[in-house]
Design a protein around this ligand. Sequence first.
Ligand code: NAI
Ligand code: 2YC
Ligand code: MG
Length: 259
Amino acid sequence: MALLTPDDLKDINKQLQEADSIVWKVTGLDIKGVCKALYGTSPNSEKVGIVPVTSGNGIIGNFSASLHAITQYFGFDSFVTNMSDVSGYYEAVRSGADIILMADDHTFLAHNLKNGKIANNQPSTGIIYAEIASRNQKTDSKDVLVVGLGKVGFPGAVHLVHKGFRVYGYDTDRTLLKRAVSSLGIIPLDIESPKKFSTIFEATPCANTIPETLISKNCVLSTPGIPCAISEELRLKYDVQLVMEPLGIGTASMLYSVL
Ligand code: NAI
Ligand code: 2YC
Ligand code: MG
């Protein structure tokens, strides 16, 4: 499980604002607008209780504080509990939380105590980054490349197939690639016969996973993957519209999906 580091989360408000302006440039919507379009929901001053969890690798510096900043950025009334784990959960409920946000090393969830809806960060993240990619208003092409078909990438690929895109897929894990081809009908990317894409969705824990041969001028790269899928040199050379942010966009998707 690729875990965030405190450094990934530095200046989260600045990272979120920068990502929001690129989302707007690419799609014509802000992140809130993309969430509303995806789920048909809008916040109605729900109270969000953020519970630190000490299991496994333990508390990640900046994680709870980042969720506090992110939930406020999207207009929620939120608080971080003083206690952690079970005591923190109890404190959140007693303090009137409508939605619980908490994460161990394997699952980051949003649970709406009022309507019972629950969301997992991995599919929620894949779906919203795929949705952003699908709303690339700079191209008429219905071709999209998906690199990384794991817990985040596969749900994103499903979403793009359902939206009628011609999805080319690649994963170094041949079993996962075969699963995506057989279950979704995506086209396995032939690395030998490169094709330029104007829209790319990447969800891998590796750097430099998108070769130059696949990148077209002004292409949109929508990627939750950490570290970045392309070098700064390639980003500048092709003026790539890079939608990349470590936690907030995925968290917004979770929250809107449980309203
Ligand atoms: P995962 O391990 O389930 O999936 C990653 C997939 O990438 C695997 O199938 C692996 O075979 C594939 N892969 C690795 N190197 C590759 C390469 N060079 N070319 C093609 N495929 C390659 O991981 P998961 O949970 O899907 O997370 C993916 C990334 O997204 C991680 O870096 C994680 O930290 C990040 N993430 C970011 C979030 C955000 O809000 N920005 C939220 C959740 C996860
Ligand atoms: O501080 C805490 O409460 C920790 N238990 C939080 C652990 C989060 C672990 N998960 C991750 O770092 C990644 C994030 C991208 C979101 C999903 N998995
Ligand atoms: Mg994100």
